[in-house]
Design a protein around this ligand. Sequence first.
Ligand code: SF4
Length: 405
Amino acid sequence: MNTSIYLHIPFCKHRCAYCDFNTYAGQEDSIPAYVNALIREIEFVGHRAGQTNIHTVFFGGGTPSLLSALQFDSILKALYSAFTVTADAEISIEANPGTISPEKLNAIRKSGINRISFGVQSANTEELRMLERIHDFFTVIEAVSTARKAGFDNLNLDLIYGLPEQTLASWQTTLHRIVDLHPEHISAYALTLEHGTPFGRWSSKGLLPLPDPDLAAEMYEYAEEFLESNGYVHYEISNWAKDINQLSANSTQPSYACRHNLQYWHSLPYLAFGAGAHGYANGYRYSNALRIKTYIERLLHPSSFTPHPFPLSPATVNQHKQTLQDDMSEYMLNNLRLTNAGVADSDFRLRFGSGLLDVYPREIDELVKNGLLEIKTSEVLETSEVYRLTKRGRLLGNQVFMRFV
Ligand code: SF4
């Protein structure tokens, strides 16, 4: 079975007010030591992995584009020598449009990175300012053009909607401007106000007008219609992709779907490297130490920590051996996100030895009666039934997912 790799790069130039990711501003001096620690962790896990084929690699953050081309090169070399990376592997990097240069993009494209994802969030100057992003939309246009010239033909743009004081018209303008840039893939997530972030604190003190949920729903519905009418296939609740193969008979995913994220949504294994990174492999869900210094320290002195079965490393601080119940429940939560594919009864049966209606009869019955789930005959496996979210179910995804926890 193919495995994926996630590498966390927890550095940012500035910490945006809404962000609750494990990322730190003003610690760029630690990047060289961090890259060395990352390489040690890759070697450590690689030695215990046996024959492991890697078909997707994802540099996420944080702001991976703060690393130099040489640093990417040395991490990729470590990956290639520790694992068998398939010839057609998807290798993605998240980039902040304000932190790239033609030289850097040319060099990282040459090093084998073949997909780039820009955190755009909005095309509106005021909204970008409110989010405390370091770029404006002109920088985005330049970044996309630079990426194209460097040879990136698989490009994602990330957006956020449901911002305080955002209007439907301003969201529509953002979508139009984004589509004009012809990315192969678009992600659009609703803003969530997280505890512990400045946005969360301001909102609890009444200083930040809460995003209106009805308006956010209207924005989502507009995105669904507009993106589909512009040739993007809505394949996951928050993700759209171009399709050059016209959803063929043996695939329910568009050709530019993010293969790395499909690994998560299909509940398939992925290894995690870096501070605070989360992984799922060999029956474990696990995560690493959050702080950069602790992470580096643990990899400098690996013998001070208890022995580690694959895929754990000296940086692992949380590990959970999955039960069958955990795996089934997570399988439902992940796969139901796939708006086209949904959950096929035959796939569930193959993986867990029981049918969906044997395990979740009451839950499925209620959700279908409430118009949140629909049952279709699979277009790929004509004999199998597929359960997927209805249009309403996509808007109320959390209510559906809670039923399977
Ligand atoms: S650039 Fe991205 S990861 Fe960094 S603080 Fe802002 S939102 Fe978070």
